[in-house]
Design a protein around this ligand. Structure first.
Ligand SMILES: [Zn+2]
Ligand SMILES: [Zn+2]
Length: 240
């Protein structure tokens, strides 16, 4: 990974000012153990493709009707929690050092049994990477791939259009419409994708439009199985 001046500067600042928890402000770490304990894990009784709560594990009606391209979703924590605050701080407040902390917090229990071949991030459009300085999903995905012992590939997919951020799209239909054709497979990568089991990593899963669009792109390039992985999930039923 490229070490930027900004990273060096923030490392130097940590020596002078010890990190404080981005959620509660306690000294000691960027996300303190009390806030981690207060971040509920995604229950086991959820839809296996979108994490919507169900009476027992299975696939919800919406995922069946809409024909989700994801074979499986692995969500770790609920977004409405201190973990969600940490994700926002990582993404919008430029707390880049949170990347390695959060990347180590995925619940890997079930993913480690998924016989994965490759881990990829949700790609970000190059103009947005220029604005933010980094793709938060890529940092999380690299760290996760390392802990799973699976190959990381950040170069297989391209975000070809710079869509309006998903969080600013009013409805699920608008989200899907905005994303159609947003992702492309790098032509040199088709051989790497064919017949592989691929895990796509993102920071937040809400309606699933983004991970579904990425999964559909990978499947059209021949991927055998595509799972999604999100550090936090915000089930649609929980949205007001
Ligand atoms: Zn805290
Ligand atoms: Zn579902």
């Amino acid at each position: 990974m490229i070490t930027t001046l900004r990273e060096l500067a923030s490392g130097a600042l940590d020596l002078v000012f010890p990190p404080t928890c981005v959620h509660c402000g306690r000294d000691g770490s960027l996300l303190c153990s009390a806030c981690l304990v207060d971040s509920p894990a995604v229950s086991k009784d959820v839809c296996k493709k979108c994490a919507e709560p169900l009476a027992k594990p299975g696939t919800c009606t919406r995922c069946v009707i809409e024909g989700s391209s994801l074979d499986r979703l692995y969500g770790s924590y609920l977004y409405e929690s201190p973990m969600g605050s940490a994700v926002r701080a990582f993404k919008f407040d430029d707390v880049r050092a949170l990347g390695s902390v959060l990347g180590g917090m995925f619940n890997t229990e079930q993913m480690s049994r998924a016989e994965l071949d490759i881990v990829v991030p949700v790609p970000m459009h190059k103009s947005r990477i220029r604005e933010r300085g980094y793709n938060q999903s890529a940092i999380l995905a690299q760290k996760l791939a390392e802990s799973l012992g699976v190959e990381y590939r950040g170069d297989l997919l391209i975000r070809s259009t710079n869509t309006v951020p998903q969080s600013e799209q009013p409805t699920a239909v608008a989200r899907r419409g905005a994303l159609s054709g947003a992702f492309e497979v790098d032509l040199d990568s088709v051989g790497v994708i064919a017949d592989r089991r691929i895990l796509v990593v993102d920071d937040v899963f809400t309606t699933g439009s983004t991970l579904n669009a990425v999964a559909a792109t990978l499947k059209s390039a021949g991927a055998r199985w595509v799972g999604g992985c999100a550090l936090t999930v915000q089930p649609i039923g929980s949205l007001k």
